[in-house]
Design a binder for this molecule. Structure first.
Ligand code: PBG
Length: 320
């Protein structure tokens, strides 16, 4: 019997596999998410995200030192304020926790690329991503607060603002506000394609940002079934001046990443979210799968799908 194509020949040895490997995961691919909590003296473990902490400003110093030591050069900051209110005022306070953290990192590690999540849900007492009126979320009022937040991050020295609230027009509004304030060098990483996902569960515990009434975020985050809307969302943000686009969550949305890769030249990011991380950690903890191998497979799949940047809670552990 003649077997014409024997593809095993392309995989037979470590040397041939290495020679032919199409996609690689390197330390340059990662962005490390960091939670900074205004109310803390020391770091505090997040039970649903084993290995991840809410940091105080002083434990942030150690965290930055540790992640630099493994070669990570970018961080994504999330803040948890001491006080929350209806309008999320601490999001745009000059001395807000994220603003303080940005200044702190820029003194300690000036070459670290600092990205800051720009959304109100961690700062509002109702846990929603914007201003709430009797009829629901007020998109356009929310844009004004996102503008203020972005400019206050820029004043603190942020490199990249990352709006994550899926408000319509958020990129254009933030770009305009940054430019008017002479921060044309500050970039926008838009969470352009963000699905209403069950996989954000642990994050909402970590950031204390669960919505307290009319439940979910399905009225502004995307329905997981939708593909065409991803193009619309991405195109809107491209037109409004986004510098990078993010797809979120990651693992179950690689088709969307590839669709966007085929349509835009802008760099793409994927956010491997809290639930995706927690799931692998939980399975590994009971011996169901190998933790490192599982994460590596996820990361290389994201590279194969077409991303340039991977936001992952496992970044530090992976490179350690
Ligand atoms: C909103 C925001 C969320 C996440 C990142 N930014 C939560 C949400 O939309 O409910 C989730 C990230 C994760 O699950 O790791 N500020």
């Amino acid at each position: 019997m003649t077997v014409k194509h024997r593809y095993h020949r392309l995989r037979n040895t470590p040397a041939i596999r290495a020679l032919l490997q199409e996609n690689h995961v390197t330390k340059n691919d990662f962005v490390m998410p960091i939670f900074v909590h205004e109310g803390l003296e020391n770091k505090e473990a997040i039970p649903s995200l084993p290995g991840i902490y809410q940091h105080s400003l002083s434990s942030l110093t150690e965290e930055i030192r540790d992640i630099q030591a493994v070669g990570i050069t970018s961080v994504l900051l999330f803040g948890i304020p001491k006080n929350k209110d209806e309008k999320g005022k601490q999001a745009y306070a000059n001395k807000g926790i994220v603003q303080q953290a940005i200044r702190h990192i820029k003194v300690q590690a000036p070459e670290m690329l600092v990205i800051a999540d720009c959304c109100l849900c961690e700062y509002t007492d109702h846990g929603h991503c914007g201003v709430i009126t009797k009829t629901g979320l007020d998109n356009d009022e929310t844009l004004k607060l996102l503008q203020k937040t972005a400019v206050s991050y820029a004043k603190a020295g942020v490199d990249i603002v990352a709006p994550s609230g899926m408000m319509d027009g958020m990129v254009g509004a933030i770009r305009e506000a940054l430019d008017i304030a002479d921060f044309e060098k500050v970039s926008i990483l838009s969470y352009a394609v963000k699905y209403a996902s069950a996989f954000y569960g642990p994050f909402r515990e970590a950031a204390g940002s669960g919505a307290h009434f009319f439940g979910d975020r399905k009225h502004h985050q995307m329905n997981p079934s939708q593909r065409n809307e991803a193009f619309l969302e991405a195109q809107q943000d491209i037109d409004e001046g986004a510098d990078f686009l993010m797809v979120k969550p990651a693992s179950h949305y690689v088709d969307i990443i590839r669709d966007l890769k085929n349509t835009t030249e802008l760099p793409l990011a994927a956010y491997h979210v809290s639930g995706e991380y927690a799931m692998i950690k939980a399975a590994a903890a009971v011996g169901i799968l190998d933790e490192r191998d599982a994460f590596e497979e996820v990361f290389v799949s994201l590279k194969r799908a077409g991303v340039s940047m991977i936001v992952s809670y496992y970044a530090k552990a992976y490179l350690s």
